[in-house]
Design a protein around this ligand. Structure first.
Ligand code: NAD
Length: 383
Protein backbone atom coordinates (compact mmCIF):
# COMPACT_ATOMS: atom_id res chain seq x y z
CA UNK A 1 0.00 0.00 0.00
CA UNK A 2 1.45 3.36 -1.06
CA UNK A 3 1.28 6.00 1.69
CA UNK A 4 0.95 9.74 1.04
CA UNK A 5 1.93 12.07 3.86
CA UNK A 6 -0.91 14.52 4.20
CA UNK A 7 -1.11 18.05 5.63
CA UNK A 8 -4.30 19.99 6.39
CA UNK A 9 -4.42 23.79 6.28
CA UNK A 10 -7.58 25.27 7.85
CA UNK A 11 -8.99 23.27 10.73
CA UNK A 12 -12.57 24.53 10.49
CA UNK A 13 -15.73 22.84 9.28
CA UNK A 14 -14.15 21.18 6.25
CA UNK A 15 -10.68 20.56 7.69
CA UNK A 16 -12.23 18.29 10.31
CA UNK A 17 -14.62 16.63 7.86
CA UNK A 18 -11.81 15.55 5.54
CA UNK A 19 -9.56 14.50 8.43
CA UNK A 20 -12.37 12.28 9.67
CA UNK A 21 -12.48 10.58 6.25
CA UNK A 22 -8.78 9.74 6.65
CA UNK A 23 -9.56 8.18 10.05
CA UNK A 24 -12.11 5.95 8.28
CA UNK A 25 -9.81 4.91 5.44
CA UNK A 26 -10.16 1.20 6.27
CA UNK A 27 -13.74 1.55 5.04
CA UNK A 28 -12.41 1.52 1.47
CA UNK A 29 -11.50 -1.79 -0.15
CA UNK A 30 -8.63 -2.35 -2.62
CA UNK A 31 -7.76 1.34 -2.77
CA UNK A 32 -3.98 0.83 -3.00
CA UNK A 33 -3.09 4.20 -1.40
CA UNK A 34 -3.41 5.55 2.13
CA UNK A 35 -3.09 9.16 3.37
CA UNK A 36 -1.35 9.64 6.71
CA UNK A 37 -1.95 12.98 8.45
CA UNK A 38 1.47 14.33 9.42
CA UNK A 39 0.87 18.08 9.71
CA UNK A 40 -1.88 20.58 10.53
CA UNK A 41 -2.01 24.35 10.23
CA UNK A 42 -4.48 27.02 11.27
CA UNK A 43 -4.28 30.71 12.08
CA UNK A 44 -5.97 30.13 15.41
CA UNK A 45 -4.48 27.10 17.10
CA UNK A 46 -7.25 26.75 19.68
CA UNK A 47 -6.19 23.99 22.12
CA UNK A 48 -9.52 22.13 21.88
CA UNK A 49 -9.31 21.98 18.08
CA UNK A 50 -5.63 21.00 17.98
CA UNK A 51 -6.38 18.46 20.73
CA UNK A 52 -9.09 16.84 18.59
CA UNK A 53 -6.64 16.42 15.73
CA UNK A 54 -3.77 15.12 17.88
CA UNK A 55 -6.00 12.67 19.73
CA UNK A 56 -7.40 11.22 16.51
CA UNK A 57 -4.18 11.35 14.48
CA UNK A 58 -1.14 10.34 16.55
CA UNK A 59 0.84 10.50 13.28
CA UNK A 60 0.84 14.34 13.41
CA UNK A 61 4.37 15.65 13.97
CA UNK A 62 3.88 19.29 12.93
CA UNK A 63 1.37 21.86 14.22
CA UNK A 64 1.86 25.37 12.86
CA UNK A 65 0.09 28.71 12.46
CA UNK A 66 2.07 29.77 9.39
CA UNK A 67 1.35 27.62 6.32
CA UNK A 68 4.84 28.31 4.94
CA UNK A 69 6.28 26.11 7.70
CA UNK A 70 4.20 23.23 6.33
CA UNK A 71 5.41 23.92 2.80
CA UNK A 72 9.00 23.62 4.04
CA UNK A 73 8.26 20.26 5.70
CA UNK A 74 9.62 17.31 3.64
CA UNK A 75 7.27 15.01 5.59
CA UNK A 76 4.28 16.43 3.67
CA UNK A 77 3.53 15.18 0.14
CA UNK A 78 -0.04 16.43 -0.33
CA UNK A 79 -2.19 19.14 1.25
CA UNK A 80 -5.89 19.82 1.70
CA UNK A 81 -6.38 23.56 2.03
CA UNK A 82 -9.73 24.85 3.37
CA UNK A 83 -9.39 28.54 4.14
CA UNK A 84 -11.53 31.62 3.38
CA UNK A 85 -11.69 32.62 -0.29
CA UNK A 86 -9.48 35.74 -0.10
CA UNK A 87 -6.56 33.44 0.82
CA UNK A 88 -6.97 30.94 -2.02
CA UNK A 89 -4.64 32.63 -4.50
CA UNK A 90 -1.75 33.12 -2.09
CA UNK A 91 -2.03 29.71 -0.40
CA UNK A 92 -2.77 27.59 -3.49
CA UNK A 93 -0.02 29.11 -5.66
CA UNK A 94 2.53 28.69 -2.84
CA UNK A 95 1.48 25.07 -2.21
CA UNK A 96 1.71 24.16 -5.90
CA UNK A 97 5.06 25.91 -6.35
CA UNK A 98 6.38 24.07 -3.27
CA UNK A 99 5.68 20.85 -5.18
CA UNK A 100 2.95 19.53 -2.88
CA UNK A 101 -0.13 17.87 -4.41
CA UNK A 102 -3.18 20.00 -3.65
CA UNK A 103 -6.80 19.21 -2.93
CA UNK A 104 -8.16 22.74 -2.90
CA UNK A 105 -11.54 24.17 -2.02
CA UNK A 106 -14.00 26.08 -4.12
CA UNK A 107 -14.28 28.61 -5.57
CA UNK A 108 -10.57 28.02 -6.42
CA UNK A 109 -9.74 31.74 -6.21
CA UNK A 110 -11.88 34.59 -4.91
CA UNK A 111 -12.42 35.95 -8.44
CA UNK A 112 -11.33 35.39 -12.02
CA UNK A 113 -7.97 37.19 -11.63
CA UNK A 114 -7.11 35.02 -8.61
CA UNK A 115 -8.20 31.94 -10.51
CA UNK A 116 -5.94 32.84 -13.44
CA UNK A 117 -2.98 33.28 -11.09
CA UNK A 118 -3.65 29.80 -9.66
CA UNK A 119 -3.89 28.33 -13.17
CA UNK A 120 -0.51 29.87 -14.03
CA UNK A 121 1.04 28.01 -11.07
CA UNK A 122 -0.72 24.79 -12.16
CA UNK A 123 0.82 25.13 -15.63
CA UNK A 124 4.28 25.63 -14.11
CA UNK A 125 4.07 22.36 -12.16
CA UNK A 126 2.59 19.56 -14.30
CA UNK A 127 4.19 17.08 -11.87
CA UNK A 128 1.83 18.20 -9.08
CA UNK A 129 -1.75 16.88 -8.90
CA UNK A 130 -4.13 19.81 -8.32
CA UNK A 131 -7.84 19.20 -7.88
CA UNK A 132 -10.74 21.00 -6.26
CA UNK A 133 -13.23 19.54 -3.84
CA UNK A 134 -16.79 18.62 -4.92
CA UNK A 135 -18.36 15.62 -3.28
CA UNK A 136 -21.87 15.33 -4.75
CA UNK A 137 -20.89 13.48 -7.97
CA UNK A 138 -19.92 10.57 -5.75
CA UNK A 139 -23.48 9.84 -4.60
CA UNK A 140 -24.45 6.49 -6.22
CA UNK A 141 -27.43 8.17 -7.92
CA UNK A 142 -25.10 10.60 -9.70
CA UNK A 143 -22.64 7.84 -10.59
CA UNK A 144 -25.56 5.99 -12.19
CA UNK A 145 -26.53 9.12 -14.13
CA UNK A 146 -22.94 9.37 -15.39
CA UNK A 147 -23.11 5.79 -16.68
CA UNK A 148 -26.28 6.78 -18.57
CA UNK A 149 -24.53 9.85 -20.02
CA UNK A 150 -21.56 7.71 -21.14
CA UNK A 151 -24.00 5.29 -22.82
CA UNK A 152 -25.85 8.21 -24.52
CA UNK A 153 -29.01 6.84 -22.87
CA UNK A 154 -30.81 10.20 -22.74
CA UNK A 155 -31.15 10.55 -26.50
CA UNK A 156 -31.31 14.21 -27.46
CA UNK A 157 -31.00 16.18 -24.20
CA UNK A 158 -33.31 19.21 -24.32
CA UNK A 159 -33.18 20.57 -20.76
CA UNK A 160 -30.97 20.35 -17.65
CA UNK A 161 -31.64 21.89 -14.23
CA UNK A 162 -29.20 21.66 -11.35
CA UNK A 163 -28.65 23.43 -8.11
CA UNK A 164 -27.53 23.59 -4.53
CA UNK A 165 -29.85 24.95 -1.86
CA UNK A 166 -29.38 26.03 1.75
CA UNK A 167 -31.88 27.69 4.07
CA UNK A 168 -30.27 28.75 7.35
CA UNK A 169 -29.82 32.36 6.14
CA UNK A 170 -33.61 32.77 6.19
CA UNK A 171 -33.06 33.51 9.89
CA UNK A 172 -32.31 37.26 10.03
CA UNK A 173 -30.77 36.76 13.49
CA UNK A 174 -28.06 34.43 12.21
CA UNK A 175 -24.85 36.34 12.90
CA UNK A 176 -22.70 37.41 9.99
CA UNK A 177 -19.65 35.28 9.12
CA UNK A 178 -16.90 35.56 6.52
CA UNK A 179 -19.06 33.98 3.82
CA UNK A 180 -21.31 37.11 3.83
CA UNK A 181 -18.46 39.66 3.50
CA UNK A 182 -17.27 40.59 0.01
CA UNK A 183 -13.63 41.11 1.03
CA UNK A 184 -13.41 37.53 2.36
CA UNK A 185 -15.95 35.59 0.27
CA UNK A 186 -15.79 37.62 -2.96
CA UNK A 187 -18.16 39.50 -5.27
CA UNK A 188 -19.61 36.21 -6.47
CA UNK A 189 -21.48 35.82 -3.16
CA UNK A 190 -23.49 32.61 -3.17
CA UNK A 191 -21.99 31.60 -6.54
CA UNK A 192 -18.52 31.50 -4.95
CA UNK A 193 -19.88 29.64 -1.98
CA UNK A 194 -22.20 27.05 -3.60
CA UNK A 195 -21.69 27.48 -7.34
CA UNK A 196 -18.95 25.00 -8.21
CA UNK A 197 -21.00 22.23 -6.60
CA UNK A 198 -23.81 22.98 -9.07
CA UNK A 199 -21.44 23.17 -12.05
CA UNK A 200 -19.20 20.13 -11.57
CA UNK A 201 -21.49 17.40 -12.93
CA UNK A 202 -22.80 19.44 -15.90
CA UNK A 203 -19.28 20.46 -16.86
CA UNK A 204 -17.93 16.89 -16.49
CA UNK A 205 -20.86 15.69 -18.60
CA UNK A 206 -19.69 18.05 -21.33
CA UNK A 207 -22.53 20.57 -21.08
CA UNK A 208 -20.74 23.83 -21.66
CA UNK A 209 -22.54 27.15 -21.05
CA UNK A 210 -22.28 29.45 -24.10
CA UNK A 211 -24.07 32.37 -22.47
CA UNK A 212 -25.93 33.27 -19.29
CA UNK A 213 -28.78 35.46 -18.09
CA UNK A 214 -28.40 35.75 -14.32
CA UNK A 215 -30.81 36.99 -11.70
CA UNK A 216 -29.04 37.56 -8.39
CA UNK A 217 -30.84 38.53 -5.18
CA UNK A 218 -29.89 40.14 -1.89
CA UNK A 219 -32.62 39.18 0.54
CA UNK A 220 -31.31 39.94 4.04
CA UNK A 221 -29.37 43.23 3.86
CA UNK A 222 -28.10 43.32 7.48
CA UNK A 223 -27.12 40.78 10.13
CA UNK A 224 -26.00 40.89 13.78
CA UNK A 225 -22.23 41.23 14.06
CA UNK A 226 -21.91 38.20 16.34
CA UNK A 227 -20.41 40.27 19.17
CA UNK A 228 -22.78 42.85 20.69
CA UNK A 229 -25.74 42.21 18.38
CA UNK A 230 -25.25 45.44 16.37
CA UNK A 231 -26.42 45.15 12.78
CA UNK A 232 -23.79 45.23 10.05
CA UNK A 233 -24.24 45.09 6.25
CA UNK A 234 -24.64 41.63 4.77
CA UNK A 235 -23.02 42.40 1.44
CA UNK A 236 -23.09 39.25 -0.63
CA UNK A 237 -25.66 37.86 -3.09
CA UNK A 238 -27.89 35.42 -1.22
CA UNK A 239 -29.44 33.65 -4.21
CA UNK A 240 -28.50 33.17 -7.86
CA UNK A 241 -30.43 31.75 -10.80
CA UNK A 242 -28.38 31.30 -13.95
CA UNK A 243 -30.22 30.49 -17.16
CA UNK A 244 -27.63 29.30 -19.66
CA UNK A 245 -27.72 28.14 -23.22
CA UNK A 246 -25.53 25.03 -23.07
CA UNK A 247 -23.89 22.98 -25.80
CA UNK A 248 -23.60 19.23 -25.39
CA UNK A 249 -19.98 18.50 -26.30
CA UNK A 250 -20.94 14.95 -27.43
CA UNK A 251 -23.84 15.69 -29.76
CA UNK A 252 -23.40 19.42 -30.41
CA UNK A 253 -27.04 19.98 -29.46
CA UNK A 254 -27.96 23.18 -27.65
CA UNK A 255 -30.41 23.32 -24.75
CA UNK A 256 -31.44 25.47 -21.76
CA UNK A 257 -29.56 24.71 -18.54
CA UNK A 258 -30.63 26.40 -15.31
CA UNK A 259 -28.23 26.40 -12.37
CA UNK A 260 -29.58 27.60 -9.03
CA UNK A 261 -27.52 28.45 -5.97
CA UNK A 262 -29.47 29.64 -2.98
CA UNK A 263 -28.47 30.48 0.57
CA UNK A 264 -32.15 31.18 1.24
CA UNK A 265 -34.28 28.29 -0.03
CA UNK A 266 -36.87 27.76 2.71
CA UNK A 267 -36.68 24.28 4.20
CA UNK A 268 -33.61 23.12 2.25
CA UNK A 269 -30.67 22.09 4.42
CA UNK A 270 -27.99 20.90 1.98
CA UNK A 271 -29.97 19.96 -1.10
CA UNK A 272 -27.96 19.25 -4.25
CA UNK A 273 -30.09 18.24 -7.21
CA UNK A 274 -29.95 17.46 -10.91
CA UNK A 275 -32.68 16.95 -13.52
CA UNK A 276 -31.98 15.86 -17.09
CA UNK A 277 -34.68 15.71 -19.73
CA UNK A 278 -34.00 13.82 -22.97
CA UNK A 279 -35.93 12.32 -25.86
CA UNK A 280 -35.14 8.72 -24.78
CA UNK A 281 -34.80 9.08 -21.00
CA UNK A 282 -35.13 11.64 -18.22
CA UNK A 283 -33.88 11.53 -14.61
CA UNK A 284 -34.29 13.47 -11.40
CA UNK A 285 -31.99 13.08 -8.41
CA UNK A 286 -31.72 15.03 -5.15
CA UNK A 287 -29.64 14.50 -2.03
CA UNK A 288 -32.85 15.25 -0.10
CA UNK A 289 -33.72 11.62 -0.78
CA UNK A 290 -30.31 10.13 -1.58
CA UNK A 291 -31.51 6.57 -2.10
CA UNK A 292 -34.02 7.55 -4.77
CA UNK A 293 -33.49 7.95 -8.51
CA UNK A 294 -36.47 8.98 -10.59
CA UNK A 295 -36.25 7.66 -14.12
CA UNK A 296 -38.51 7.89 -17.14
CA UNK A 297 -37.49 5.77 -20.12
CA UNK A 298 -39.49 6.56 -23.25
CA UNK A 299 -40.02 3.92 -25.93
CA UNK A 300 -43.40 5.20 -27.15
CA UNK A 301 -46.66 4.58 -25.33
CA UNK A 302 -47.30 5.61 -21.71
CA UNK A 303 -44.79 7.94 -20.06
CA UNK A 304 -44.25 6.66 -16.51
CA UNK A 305 -41.77 7.88 -13.91
CA UNK A 306 -40.17 5.04 -11.96
CA UNK A 307 -38.84 5.59 -8.44
CA UNK A 308 -35.82 3.36 -7.97
CA UNK A 309 -34.29 2.65 -4.55
CA UNK A 310 -30.57 2.70 -5.26
CA UNK A 311 -27.93 0.30 -3.99
CA UNK A 312 -24.88 1.60 -2.13
CA UNK A 313 -23.00 1.35 -5.42
CA UNK A 314 -20.05 3.70 -4.98
CA UNK A 315 -17.21 4.35 -7.42
CA UNK A 316 -14.62 3.18 -4.90
CA UNK A 317 -15.72 -0.07 -3.27
CA UNK A 318 -16.28 -0.12 0.49
CA UNK A 319 -17.15 -2.56 3.25
CA UNK A 320 -20.76 -1.25 3.34
CA UNK A 321 -23.43 -3.70 2.23
CA UNK A 322 -25.28 -2.69 -0.93
CA UNK A 323 -28.68 -2.28 0.77
CA UNK A 324 -27.49 0.49 3.11
CA UNK A 325 -27.81 4.27 2.72
CA UNK A 326 -25.12 6.60 1.35
CA UNK A 327 -24.58 10.00 3.06
CA UNK A 328 -22.55 13.22 3.08
CA UNK A 329 -19.53 11.79 4.90
CA UNK A 330 -19.51 8.83 2.48
CA UNK A 331 -19.33 11.28 -0.42
CA UNK A 332 -16.37 13.02 1.24
CA UNK A 333 -14.60 9.66 1.68
CA UNK A 334 -15.20 8.81 -1.99
CA UNK A 335 -13.92 12.23 -3.09
CA UNK A 336 -10.77 11.74 -0.99
CA UNK A 337 -10.33 8.29 -2.52
CA UNK A 338 -10.58 9.90 -5.97
CA UNK A 339 -7.94 12.49 -5.12
CA UNK A 340 -5.46 10.04 -3.62
CA UNK A 341 -6.08 7.56 -6.43
CA UNK A 342 -4.99 10.27 -8.87
CA UNK A 343 -1.97 11.14 -6.73
CA UNK A 344 -0.95 7.47 -6.66
CA UNK A 345 -1.71 6.47 -10.26
CA UNK A 346 -1.81 9.73 -12.25
CA UNK A 347 -5.30 9.06 -13.65
CA UNK A 348 -8.87 9.06 -12.34
CA UNK A 349 -10.50 5.68 -11.70
CA UNK A 350 -13.04 6.57 -14.38
CA UNK A 351 -14.09 9.93 -15.87
CA UNK A 352 -17.07 10.27 -13.53
CA UNK A 353 -15.02 9.50 -10.42
CA UNK A 354 -12.71 12.48 -10.38
CA UNK A 355 -12.51 15.71 -8.39
CA UNK A 356 -12.97 19.10 -10.11
CA UNK A 357 -10.06 19.84 -12.46
CA UNK A 358 -8.43 23.30 -12.72
CA UNK A 359 -9.99 23.70 -16.20
CA UNK A 360 -13.47 23.00 -14.83
CA UNK A 361 -12.91 25.51 -12.02
CA UNK A 362 -11.74 28.07 -14.61
CA UNK A 363 -14.94 27.55 -16.62
CA UNK A 364 -16.99 28.17 -13.47
CA UNK A 365 -15.14 31.48 -13.01
CA UNK A 366 -15.96 32.50 -16.58
CA UNK A 367 -19.61 31.65 -15.90
CA UNK A 368 -19.82 33.50 -12.56
CA UNK A 369 -17.99 36.55 -13.94
CA UNK A 370 -20.41 36.66 -16.88
CA UNK A 371 -23.29 36.24 -14.40
CA UNK A 372 -22.17 39.32 -12.42
CA UNK A 373 -22.08 41.29 -15.69
CA UNK A 374 -25.49 39.95 -16.67
CA UNK A 375 -27.00 41.02 -13.35
CA UNK A 376 -25.41 44.48 -13.62
CA UNK A 377 -26.59 45.16 -17.19
CA UNK A 378 -29.74 43.01 -17.12
CA UNK A 379 -28.36 41.35 -20.23
CA UNK A 380 -27.46 37.95 -21.58
CA UNK A 381 -23.67 37.62 -21.53
CA UNK A 382 -21.29 35.32 -23.43
CA UNK A 383 -19.40 32.89 -21.19
N1 NAD B 1 -16.80 21.04 -0.09
C1 NAD B 1 -17.75 21.50 0.70
O1 NAD B 1 -18.82 20.90 0.83
C2 NAD B 1 -17.51 22.75 1.48
C3 NAD B 1 -18.36 23.07 2.56
C4 NAD B 1 -18.08 24.24 3.29
C5 NAD B 1 -17.01 25.04 2.94
N2 NAD B 1 -16.21 24.70 1.87
C6 NAD B 1 -15.05 25.55 1.49
O2 NAD B 1 -13.98 25.27 2.39
C7 NAD B 1 -13.20 26.44 2.60
C8 NAD B 1 -13.17 26.73 4.10
O3 NAD B 1 -14.51 26.82 4.56
P1 NAD B 1 -14.93 26.33 6.01
O4 NAD B 1 -16.43 26.31 6.03
O5 NAD B 1 -14.16 25.12 6.43
O6 NAD B 1 -14.43 27.61 6.84
P2 NAD B 1 -14.17 27.75 8.39
O7 NAD B 1 -14.34 29.20 8.70
O8 NAD B 1 -14.95 26.74 9.19
O9 NAD B 1 -12.63 27.36 8.53
C9 NAD B 1 -11.62 28.15 7.96
C10 NAD B 1 -10.31 27.79 8.64
O10 NAD B 1 -9.28 28.56 8.01
C11 NAD B 1 -8.37 28.97 9.04
N3 NAD B 1 -7.62 30.14 8.61
C12 NAD B 1 -8.06 31.39 8.37
N4 NAD B 1 -7.02 32.20 8.01
C13 NAD B 1 -5.91 31.40 8.02
C14 NAD B 1 -4.53 31.63 7.77
N5 NAD B 1 -4.08 32.85 7.43
N6 NAD B 1 -3.67 30.59 7.90
C15 NAD B 1 -4.09 29.35 8.25
N7 NAD B 1 -5.40 29.08 8.51
C16 NAD B 1 -6.29 30.10 8.40
C17 NAD B 1 -9.30 29.30 10.21
O11 NAD B 1 -8.56 29.31 11.43
C18 NAD B 1 -10.28 28.12 10.13
O12 NAD B 1 -9.74 27.01 10.84
C19 NAD B 1 -13.84 27.53 1.76
O13 NAD B 1 -13.17 27.61 0.53
C20 NAD B 1 -15.27 27.05 1.56
O14 NAD B 1 -15.87 27.55 0.38
C21 NAD B 1 -16.45 23.56 1.17
Amino acid sequence: MKTVRFGIIGLGLMGRELASAVARWGHLENIGVRPVVTAICSKSLAPARVGWFKENFPTITQVCADYREMLANPEVDAIYCAVPHHLHQEFYTAIIRAGKHLLAEKPFGIDQAANEAILAAVRERPDVVVRCSSEFPFFPGVQKIFLMIEASAFGNIFEVNGGFLHSSDLDPNKPINWKRIIALNGEYGVMGDLGLHSCHVPFRAGWIPRNVRAVLSKIVPQRPNGKDGKLVPCETWDNATLLCEATDARSGSVFPMTLKMQRIAPGQKNTWYLEIYGTKASVRFSTKNPKRLELLEYRGGEQAWQQIDLDYDSAFKTVTGKLFEFGFSDSILQMMAAFFHEVATGTPLRPAAGCVTPDEAALSHRLFTAALKSQKHQSAEKV
